[in-house]
Design a protein around this ligand. Structure first.
Ligand code: PTJ
Length: 249
């Protein structure tokens, strides 16, 4: 991982400490909201119980998500303040590997934060970042949270929404979009409404979806099979069982 903080790699909680530093730095840069710190803490607790690893059912979800992104008419990766702080370059790579658009879409929307995140993604190699025009609306939500680009999330048939708020995940689903959700809580409303719930830490999930996308690219039959063979209910149940019954080593 990057060398942007001084955490010794030998530390048993190296990844978790690095992740915290990135979220803190995100707040300092005006990218991540202060609520993002709380969301991260909640995520960490679930990740600890999962054994801080990608369980097999999450890997299958990541493969199905890659297949959806590749076979979509118009796929969009929604980026909030936590996702941008944790995996900016990895999101840009995923967009490139799948042909998806990147759109900044915030729960606590401010123009300053939208601009700061778009700039941060550009610094990490993004050529185009949507979300700044905000000329579309998600029906059924209050004004600020409902803002999307009409030719971005507004037009998408498949949307990847990491660490999303439940209300908005539900509203996007009601617009008929296929939702791919990354959320460490298998019982969150976002995970429950997702066609593909990825119960994994975003720092492991995004690079793994990219790897699957590279393997599935150009193979329509394999993409179709990855989508059809994936069972969202059993993935959620498997993650919950692992969290409740898993061994803490
Ligand atoms: O940047 P904004 O304004 O769009 O705000 C983003 C947050 C995340 C603050 C906002 O969407 C929010 O308040 O989300 P919630 O309702 O706290 O939900 C966040 C979910 O993400 C929780 O279920 C956490 O368990 C989960 N989560 C937190 N960190 C991670 C995570 N899932 C995967 N990887 C993580 N690193």
């Amino acid at each position: 991982m990057s060398d942007d903080v001084e955490v010794p790699e030998s530390h048993p909680r190296y990844e978790s400490l690095l992740t915290r530093h990135r979220i803190e730095a995100g707040v300092d840069r005006g990218i991540t909201s202060r609520q993002g710190l709380i969301a991260q803490g909640r995520g960490e607790a679930f990740d600890y119980l999962l054994g801080e690893r990608t369980i097999d059912s999450a890997d299958r979800a990541e493969r199905a998500a890659a297949a959806h992104l590749l076979s979509a008419d118009h796929a969009v990766i929604s980026v909030n303040g936590n996702a941008a702080a944790l995996v900016p370059g990895e999101l840009v790579e995923l967009a490139e590997a799948t042909g998806a658009d990147l759109e900044v879409n915030l729960f606590n929307r401010t123009e300053e934060r939208i601009e700061a995140i778009a700039e941060y993604l550009r610094e990490h190699g993004a050529s185009e970042v949507k979300g700044l025009i905000a000329d579309g609306r998600i029906p059924g939500l209050d004004h600020e949270r409902a803002k999307v680009d009409a030719d971005g999330i507004g037009d998408a048939d498949v949307v990847l929404v990491p660490l999303e708020d439940g209300d908005r995940a539900e509203a996007l689903g009601e617009m008929g979009k296929t939702e791919l959700v990354v959320d460490l809580n298998p019982r969150s409303r976002s995970a429950e409404v997702a066609a593909v719930p990825i119960v994994d830490n975003i720092i492991r999930a995004v690079p793994n979806v990219t790897e699957h996308a590279r393997a599935l690219r150009g193979d329509a039959e394999a993409q179709r099979a990855a989508i059809e063979d994936f069972d969202a209910d059993s993935a959620r149940a498997d993650a919950e069982r692992t969290i409740r019954e898993g061994d803490l080593e």
